[in-house]
Ligand binder design. Structure first.
Ligand SMILES: Cc1cc2nc3c(=O)[nH]c(=O)nc-3n(C[C@H](O)[C@H](O)[C@H](O)COP(=O)(O)O)c2cc1C
Length: 443
């Protein structure tokens, strides 16, 4: 194990064929794999080959795209996906999203604890409230206001953690000689009577090798940071600059300190959409093949808004005049992507190519050879802007392979990413402590 601090890597499972909604049309992708769990297993095994610590399975259940050229996002179902993957892998962990607003703590606690045992301690629960009114409708409920959402979220998560520890650490005896199967005096039912959550009962499942599942959270709002810094071991986020990453990570760490935790117990995971090719031009052209003309138009308009420039259709095919760029003012109220838009524009690309750089997207993108992506990750990590990254390849079949085969070895060579898994459990591989039950420091 290296003494040097090393980054974590996770694979974002946010689409059936890749992070890009157009991945299904891409060359090298077998279009018949929707919705085939064996394809997910294959991608997970590839990420494991690349020594990724985890897979993040996002979820907006039931959301249907507006555009009939797009595949519904997300996997079959996060718990089913995790179970199938963990049965067919040995080291990688899976962080699956389940919302607290319309699910039941007992069912969730039971499912995740069961998977944790089954996998030898490799599951995490990505605990989010659920913030989409459309998703709420699928469950026949109305979205709560933000304050109630988080109030009930805290109660839900604490109830789950209590349930995870109702079966005492040494309760299981299974002793044929004494005839004692279990010491039921060590099984302590929970009695929770919260404002939103009530629970009376016990979950008779012993600890897994990591004690209990890891808690993740995905988000970036002040509410998200306040929750994750207190309860989570990792926060899946989105940041566009080193400064934004440092500020988010520090805020998260400060919440952890205020709660009496060691700040190293919470890992900030930033997103990246890497496009690895033999050259920058090739990467730009590849990424462009995933972008319809209507997206190009929308993004041209968006870039115009950010820079305060109004573009004509002809402007798409020429660079933005340097005198116009010199007049652009960026301040703390600007879109966080503004700095990168300006940086790429100053390199002299046409407006179309600026758009193909994905300067306006869900996450930053790196386009070029493997070193370009490795440099970005190394710089972000070494500046303290993230503890790790969740990687969003356009198409899993092709782009993930290049990342694993070309970027990972560079990071390992530099000593900023591990050569192999250090531990057996997800907690060990994330570098967060064993936990069983609620964290005593938080009560
Ligand atoms: C990077 C990132 C990933 C997210 N993933 C999910 C997800 O998979 N499912 C979901 O329902 N919400 C997801 N969210 C939404 C957040 O959990 C959160 O609800 C949202 O950012 C709104 O903030 P609020 O809850 O404070 O209103 C994600 C947010 C971010 C920034």
């Amino acid at each position: 194990m290296s003494e040097k601090k090393q980054m974590l890597l996770g694979l974002g499972f946010t689409g059936a064929y890749g992070a890009n909604a157009k991945a299904w049309k891409s060359e090298g992708v077998n279009v018949t794999t929707y919705p085939d769990i064996n394809a997910d297993i294959r991608y997970a095994q590839l990420a494991e080959k690349g020594k990724f610590q985890f897979i993040f399975v996002g979820d907006f259940p039931g959301a249907i795209p507006d555009d009939n050229r797009e595949v519904p996002s997300m996997t079959l179902e996060p718990i089913i996906t995790a179970t199938a993957i963990l049965q067919q892998t040995k080291h990688i962990g899976v962080a699956s999203t389940v919302h607290t607003q319309w699910n039941n703590p007992f069912t969730l606690a039971r499912q995740f604890k069961g998977i944790d045992l089954m996998s030898g301690g490799r599951i995490a629960w990505n605990a989010v409230t659920g913030s989409s009114p459309k998703v709420a409708e699928n469950f026949g409920v109305k979205l709560m206001d933000s304050r109630s959402r988080y109030e009930s979220h805290y109660e839900f998560v604490e109830t789950v953690q209590h349930l995870w520890a109702t079966w005492g650490k040494d309760a299981l005896k299974a002793d044929k000689e004494t005839g004692v199967f279990a010491d039921y005096s060590q099984v302590k039912p929970v009695h929770i009577s919260g404002k939103h959550i009530q629970a009376n009962g016990a979950l008779p499942i012993p600890p897994s090798p990591q004690g209990q599942p890891v808690i993740f959270h995905s988000g970036g709002s002040p509410n998200s940071i306040a929750f994750a810094g207190r309860y989570a071991s990792a926060m899946i986020g989105e940041v566009w600059t080193i400064e934004q990453g440092i500020a988010t990570r520090n805020a998260l760490r400060q919440v952890a300190i205020d709660a009496g935790r060691n700040p190293d117990e919470i890992k900030f995971i930033a997103g990246l959409m890497p496009v690895v090719a033999n050259s920058k031009r090739e990467a730009i052209d590849r990424h462009a093949s995933f972008m319809d003309e209507n997206i190009v138009q929308q993004r041209a308009f968006h870039i115009g808004m950010i820079l305060g420039i109004s573009f004509t259709p002809e402007d798409l095919e020429r660079p933005i005049a340097p005198e116009l760029l010199d007049k652009v003012k960026i301040d703390r109220y600007s879109d966080p992507r503004a700095e990168n838009v300006l940086k790429v524009a100053r390199e002299g690309w046409t407006l179309r190519d600026i758009i193909y750089h994905s300067v306006i997207d869900y996450h930053p993108a790196t386009l070029g050879d493997a070193k370009e992506t490795a440099d970005y990750l190394t710089e972000m990590f070494e500046s303290g802007a993230a503890d790790g990254f969740w990687i969003l390849p356009d198409a899993y079949e092709t782009d993930l392979k290049r990342f694993v085969e070309e970027v990972v070895p560079i990071l390992q060579e530099r000593g900023v990413f591990h050569e192999d898994y250090d531990g057996e459990t997800l907690r060990e591989n994330l570098g967060v402590p064993y936990q069983y039950g609620v964290d005593k420091r938080l009560s």
